[in-house]
Design a protein around this ligand. Structure first.
Ligand SMILES: [Zn+2]
Length: 261
């Protein structure tokens, strides 16, 4: 049973998890952002990866998302939970934790598919997050006594600049609740590898034009730090909610999607 976690500073010392070592993986898509840190707890193997690298030196638009996801696949990971820091657009405030329920891709110029030549697959992405993994997260949060919002639409921008106030008004009008820079192409790449994927977003700030003050990265880091204990509590509760066999559709995501001969 192997579970991937994409984070997220502060997630390297979960209570009750045994550190098993680091695994450096080479993929045909290049090098992942860092070595995968392997932890074990109650029969579940956890592989942690920070998408920005250990020293947080890789900006959102430069992350090698394909290598990161291909690396998880090489390690035999069947499920990935991603943690993201986001701005709040509607119905949320700094400090809130959202188990995202849908998403909008507003990025451009990123290597966003494993099938961009030769084989072509049009994967179904009606539901971008695995329902089974979302349910597991909600159950873990409840067991840990951590309040989370059980739905929210995440819109992903290219960054690294923050959004204009007009963009945020537009994003609100098309149904977005939170805004971040890393969900795409991470989520669809996982689906292309038939890996379950769910997202936990921490609201670190009001999105542009919806708060009173100018956003600083100090504010983002401080709010993220304050949420770390609650995030750790959710992750610590995961092994008790874990079920071995996947019954969701993610494991067969490529079935019937190939269009090339
Ligand atoms: Zn799934």
């Amino acid at each position: 049973m192997k579970l991937g976690i994409i984070g997220g500073s502060g997630l390297y010392d979960i209570d009750g998890f045994e550190f098993m070592g680091e695994e450096s993986v080479v993929t045909e898509w290049g090098a992942p952002s860092d070595a995968y840190r392997h932890f074990s707890c109650k029969g579940v193997d956890f592989y942690f990866l920070n998408r920005h690298g250990r020293s947080h030196g890789i900006p959102p638009h430069s992350v090698n998302y394909r290598a990161n996801i291909a690396g998880f696949e090489k390690l035999g990971v069947e499920r990935i939970i991603s943690f993201t820091a986001v701005g709040g657009i509607r119905g949320v405030k700094p400090g809130d934790i959202v188990i995202s329920s849908n998403a909008i891709d507003h990025t451009s110029g990123r290597a966003h598919t494993f099938y961009d030549g030769g084989l072509i697959h049009h994967i179904d992405f009606t539901e971008p997050f695995c329902p089974e993994l979302r349910a597991l997260l909600l159950e873990s949060a409840e067991r840990a006594g951590v309040e989370v919002k059980d739905s929210g639409v995440y819109i992903c921008t290219n960054g690294p600049r923050l959004e204009t106030s007009a963009e945020i008004r537009y994003f609100a009008s098309i149904g977005a609740d939170t805004v971040g820079m890393t969900l795409f192409p991470e989520a669809p790449l996982a689906r292309e590898k038939e890996i379950c994927y769910a997202n936990v977003s921490v609201i670190t700030n009001h999105a542009a034009g919806t708060g009173d003050t100018k956003l600083t990265t100090v504010e983002v880091v401080e709010t993220m730090k304050a949420a770390t204990e609650r995030i750790k509590a959710i992750v610590s509760a995961l092994p008790d909610s874990y079920t071995v066999n996947r019954k969701c559709l993610c494991k067969d995501a490529l079935e019937g999607t190939k269009i090339s001969k």
